[in-house]
Design a protein. Sequence first.
Length: 202
Amino acid sequence: MNKKDLSAFRRQFKTDSHSLKINHLYTAYIKKDNKNLLYAELTSFGRKSEAEQEIYLTGFKKLLTGGLNTKIFELPFDDTIPNNEGLAICRRLLTARGEDFAECCKAYIEKLADYYTYDSDIVITFAHGKYNKAAGRKSRKGEEESLDGFDDTSFGYEFVLCGISKADDSRRGIYYSAATDRFELSSSLNKEVNLPAPIDGF
């Protein structure tokens, strides 16, 4: 993707986009101390509330923000290297569905734990989806115009995004719980996950 393509892709990260569809979300909670996976879930993005979807979309959009070769880098994969495990995992992530997608995400998380250390607990979120890009047509001035809707000239990309977010201790205090209709003390065991501001990703 060039800068223009990336910008067009980033603009589609909104709940009412007709060009972008996220199918699956795989979210995992990893402990800082022993890098153990404490909890993981595979969910359908469409089953999330609109408020939840907006939080996830904000985080993924942030991953795609920044200049090429300064914050965003294109990493080539070498097909000529025998037993290229990184390439194999990425290909599986793109083609896997359902529980197979969850297994691929787990395999990637295990590799991540081998090579990276974070200063807090982290939440890793994988999104699998499809982006339909209109081929466009030339205007009278020779500039490419985008097409509304899709027809024979549109084509799609399968994609996987991964965001890594900090999980910080919740501040101790009193809060109102709508679920129990009472004031309650927040637990220090609860963690606040900053999904809209990922610290890492691909």
